[in-house]
Design a protein around this ligand. Structure first.
Ligand code: ADP
Ligand code: MG
Length: 284
């Protein structure tokens, strides 16, 4: 049991962080286990609302690969993967869009709005937010981000709302594409000049070649870990997005363990080092 003075100490510890982050923008990529476990999902919503309550401008970007796979299976449609990317024909794109915009996004909006009517769900197709193009014709409607027009996000944030973004983009002709959520979060963080972009995932952070957690790393050294293959699989788009974000104006990027209850609060409001912090400039 924590005592009254323990509780007071936690609040006092948070004070300098609250002052420092008031009015700053934080992009949170929500995915992995943190999204599948109902208790963690509820705690995630609490963390986002708390961050908002102390003056932070929070943008949530969510994934949903497992949920897309689940509906595909229910519909009796096989998923085919090439280099970890789902081959996306027109029907698969429809399924992905329905799941992301119609289900996963709605669930997050609902969980946040239990606390206060703050969250607004949107797709990257809305108001020209994400312009996309095919990554590789072999993959069908898997998109890459061509450009981000963050004005709709600025407008929602100016209204004190919490945008919850599903990562479907569209090209100039209105064709939709499914885009990796890590990539979108990095691009959005760069376009907003966010103070932080935070990735919640299912590992403790970025691990070195010995499997040990890297607590802090700069962009140049992280490039090396990609080049030598220490970073692989689903960590590749995450790291690429972190590198893009810190090189295009974000203050720092963080890869955190979404399995830890309230990991967002630990990262933002406490002295405790959690996960991996990526900075643009070399550490002194
Ligand atoms: P998410 O749902 O969060 O996008 P992914 O499965 O796509 O999760 O990516 C996280 C996975 O990346 C980890 O579970 C791990 O298996 C893999 N991975 C590859 N290289 C590394 C590394 N160097 N450090 C940490 N995880 C890594
Ligand atoms: Mg992933």
């Amino acid at each position: 049991m924590s005592t009254g003075s323990d509780k007071a100490a936690v609040l006092v510890e948070a004070l300098p962080y609250i002052r420092r982050f008031w009015g700053t923008t934080v992009v949170v990529k929500y995915g992995g286990n943190a999204m599948v476990d109902p208790l963690l999902a509820q705690q995630f919503a609490e963390d986002v609302v708390l961050m908002h309550s102390v003056g932070m401008r929070v943008v949530v970007v969510h994934g949903g690969g497992p949920q897309i796979g689940e509906l595909m299976a229910k519909l009796g449609k096989e998923s085919e993967f090439r280099d970890g990317l789902r081959v996306t024909d027109a029907e698969t794109l429809d399924i992905a869009r329905m799941v992301l915009v119609g289900k996963v996004g709605r669930d997050i909006v609902g969980a946040i709005n239990v606390h206060a009517p703050l969250a607004v769900g949107l797709s990257g197709e809305d108001a020209g937010l994400i312009v996309a193009s095919a990554r590789d014709p072999e993959l069908g409607f898997v998109g890459d981000v061509d450009s981000v027009d963050p004005s709709i996000l600025h407008r929602l944030l100016a209204e004190d709302l919490i945008p919850v973004l599903s990562t479907i983009g569209s090209d100039a002709a209105g064709q939709a594409y499914n885009i990796n959520a890590d990539t979108v979060a990095g691009a959005v963080a760069g376009a907003l000049g966010a103070e932080k972009v935070v990735y919640l995932t299912d590992v403790t952070g970025i691990l070195d070649v010995h499997g040990e957690l890297i607590q802090r790393i700069d962009a140049a050294r992280l490039d090396g870990l990609v080049a030598d293959g220490t970073v692989s699989g689903g960590m590749i788009p995450k790291v690429a997005a972190c590198l893009h974000a810190v090189r295009s104006g974000a203050g720092s990027a963080h890869v955190l363990d979404g399995r830890l209850p309230h990991v967002l609060l630990l990262e933002i409001f406490t002295d405790e080092g959690v996960g991996t912090m990526i900075t643009g400039k070399a550490d002194a």
